[in-house]
Ligand binder design. Structure first.
Ligand code: RIB
Length: 298
């Protein structure tokens, strides 16, 4: 069984479904509201657990009303929480999300996620040393992202860095990653480049291997220095929230099968994830991924 460590955010997602996004200053009547569990770290942990991995989470919640349900939600999915900190006098992370026509707009308030320190990752270094791979994103302090990269790299454990939300990072940090998994916009920000530059050129300029996500168009990756395109799978989009998280989790879970297979399965898992509402609503189990792969031979 693949053993993964996920270092990242845990949020309560406050989701409003509307026919369209409001303009600045406009009040709009929405169609539906729901609060569901999210956060890029929590989502990647749950997606990987559903796909059959043993998953350990390094993260933080506050001491508010959201903290307990968020932890229970992860535990119910089989995610190990020994390294999830409870921060006193602090709110848990929240994400206010508007979903319209399958697209989303998100405002994240980090809360306890901003208090996840390098020390918390260092405390779990033996766990990291025993993992097949580590997943980390950027809704936690950058020094904690750096510590994750360094601790995993020192123990020769591959790290998948999902650079979202994107910020420029030192090239030296990127060299510590086994793969980075941005979309085109995120990769441009990460490299301090022009987002209008050709994405293949951006991929070439990155100092580490890139698996570039292209939404419905699938993903691009380099294999033996040649760019490869994995087309996307055709599905009915309800809510794209969490698609990137599902992609990253599946990539980590299936990496031992080789990069082309892992990317294909990651595209299939991400496609399934957008067919239901909520970041974790459509995250699939392996049989669903296999069924989609058999139905659509892209
Ligand atoms: O990637 C989706 C996630 O981003 C949401 O669950 C939300 O919490 C934000 O962190």
């Amino acid at each position: 069984m693949t053993r993964l460590v996920v270092v990242g955010s845990i949020n309560m997602d406050l989701v409003t479904v509307a026919k369209r996004f409001p303009s600045p200053g406009e009040t709009l009547l929405g169609e539906r509201f729901l609060s569901v569990h999210g956060g890029k770290g929590g989502n990647q942990a749950v997606a990987a657990a559903r796909l059959g991995a043993e998953v350990h989470m390094i993260g933080a919640v506050g001491d508010d009303a959201f903290a307990q349900p968020l932890c229970e939600g992860l535990a119910t999915e089989g995610v190990a929480l020994t390294h999830v900190e409870r921060i006193a006098n602090c709110s848990s992370g929240t994400a206010s999300i508007t979903v319209a026509g399958g697209e989303n707009e998100i405002v994240v308030v980090p809360g306890a996620n901003a208090r996840l320190q390098p020390l918390h990752v260092a405390k779990a270094q033996h766990l990291i040393g025993s993992a097949n791979a580590v997943l980390v994103q950027m809704e936690i302090p950058l020094e904690t992202v750096e510590a994750t990269l360094r601790i995993a790299h020192a123990q020769q454990v591959p790290v998948i860095l999902n650079p979202a939300p994107a910020q420029p990072l030192p090239m030296e940090w990127l060299r510590l990653a086994h793969y980075i998994t941005p979309n085109q916009h995120e990769l441009a920000i990460l490299l301090g480049a022009d987002p209008a530059d050709d994405f293949r050129d951006l991929m070439r300029r990155a100092p580490c291997p890139v698996v570039l996500t292209r939404g419905a168009e699938g993903a691009w990756f380099r294999e033996e220095d040649e760019p490869h395109h994995q087309p996307g799978f055709d599905v009915e989009v309800v809510d794209s929230t969490g698609a990137g998280d599902t992609f990253n989790a599946a990539l980590a879970v299936f990496l031992h099968e080789g990069l082309p297979i892992a990317v294909r399965k990651a595209c299939a898992a991400a496609a399934l994830s957008v067919t239901r509402l909520g970041a974790r609503g459509g995250m699939p189990h392996p049989a669903e991924v296999d069924a989609l792969l058999a139905r659509q031979r892209v």
